[in-house]
Design a protein around this ligand. Structure first.
Ligand code: FES
Length: 235
């Protein structure tokens, strides 16, 4: 296939994103982890094909002869506006957030030059602050920082087979929480911390006052992210 005018051979890659990454291009993603099922919700990975169609690179298989561009002015504008929408409903107290400087949303906002908050919270459900769940001995859930990428849900359900958290409600009210919005400590959560390891923001974090094993998960996460998203060229 042809990516940004350069021929890139592929064989066995299950999606365009893998081929793009093979070509050394750092396409932004918020909801993609190769070891989890593809959810395709964040739309950060969108690319433009030869017909001008916008497609998500994570959920589209590569085809022979396909031509795509990863960084057209239209894509840049769409990515920027999507990020602005995420930021509109996101608690932006970054300086006191445990994920400050390791937050993927913060990284992308800086990368795409977002310097002002253009959209306000408009929906009633979003105007209310969600309660922070500090009930667990090891994990803090702050739904005010959740961007509903579903990474934690798929990790908990698919990989860990625990099922302590899932999506609830629909539309603007959609949120990630334990069943019946119970405190995390009252669920079947096993404190593995993998939800925090994949969360791109500070919505699920490991508490500071827990044994060093939790710190090790953070370190491990940094390693995994570096492996799956080698930043060689910027999209
Ligand atoms: Fe493709 Fe989120 S990474 S839609």
């Amino acid at each position: 296939m042809v990516i940004n005018g350069e021929r890139v051979p592929f064989s066995g890659e299950k999606n365009i994103l893998s081929v793009v990454r093979k070509a050394g291009i750092d396409l932004p993603t918020l909801c993609y982890y190769s070891e989890l099922s593809v959810y395709g919700s964040c739309r950060m990975c969108m690319v433009e094909d030869q017909r001008g169609n916008i497609i998500t690179a994570c959920s589209t298989p590569p085809k022979n002869g396909m031509e795509i561009k990863t960084n057209t002015p239209r894509l840049k504008k769409y990515r920027k506006n999507i990020l602005r929408l995420y930021l509109a409903s996101h608690n932006r107290e970054c300086t006191t957030c445990p994920r400050n400087t390791t937050c993927k949303l913060q990284d992308l906002a800086i990368r795409f030059g977002i310097e002002e908050i253009k959209f306000d919270k408009t929906d009633k459900a979003w105007k209310d602050e969600y309660k922070i769940d500090n009930s667990s001995p090891s994990i803090t859930r702050d739904p005010n920082k959740c961007i509903q990428c579903g990474d934690c849900v798929r990790m908990c359900n698919e990989t860990q087979n625990v099922g302590a958290i899932d999506f609830a409600l629909r539309g603007y009210e959609l949120k990630v929480c334990p069943a019946f919005d119970m405190p995390l400590a009252e669920t079947e959560c096993v404190n593995c911390g993998q939800c925090a390891a994949v969360c791109p923001t500070g919505a699920v974090t490991i508490k500071n006052d827990v044994p060093s094993v939790w710190k090790a998960i953070y370190d491990d996460k940094k390693r995994v992210v570096a492996q799956i998203a080698p930043a060689v060229r910027v999209a």
